[in-house]
Design a protein around this ligand. Sequence first.
Ligand code: FMN
Length: 216
Amino acid sequence: MDFDLAQTDALLSTTRAVRKRLDFDREVPDDVLLECLQLAVQAPTGSNQQGWRWMIIRDAEKKEALAKLYRDAGGEYLAAAADAADSGTQQGRVIDSANFLAQKLGEVPVLMIPLIVGRLTDNSANSAAGLMGSIMPAMWSFQLALRSRGLGSCLTTLHLGKEAEAAELLGIPDHMTQAGLLPVAYTLGTDFKPAKRDDVAKITYLDTYKNPIRPD
Ligand SMILES: Cc1cc2nc3c(=O)[nH]c(=O)nc-3n(C[C@H](O)[C@H](O)[C@H](O)COP(=O)(O)O)c2cc1C
């Protein structure tokens, strides 16, 4: 199969955390969400368990209740906004943007909560990777599929500090784990750019951690 590398590379490098450019006024049909989710469930899962479940939240009261849980849980992080937002740094812009989303979360057309069957049984890397690693790849595929259709999202986890309260609100059973909360909307424009990232050659090692693949 011949991929159009320019297109696939553009999709991979310009799928951003979208907050300020979410279109709060344009409706998002179920069909487009289901199409993107159908692509997302091509993602890998541990032992091919496919224990993913997807919650779409459109109800205005439920969205506002989730937004409040998000703000309550994220209090400390969000409070840093005032200090960091003016700093002009990439980090400052992220915090400012995160604060904007926190304030507006209840107004986003759709909130999506990905679920995975099971709970963490211990805090080993094996358990964490097995559980979250069986839902996060699908979440990212969902975001890529959204982007390719003119929609955007932002992977958020702040509300998980109030996971039990959110489960109660949405009737989620105790044996399920919430993996995050994705606000979903069409984007205002589609001209997103690649972000500044480290040169991977400087953080890649060959055979032993002492051996940078490209020594200076
Ligand atoms: C595990 C994880 C948790 C995140 N949690 C939040 C969050 O709770 N709220 C938020 O606004 N952004 C959250 N983000 C989005 C990051 O801030 C964002 O990906 C990062 O700033 C890089 O921006 P980019 O994705 O546009 O390159 C999270 C991202 C990841 C991967």
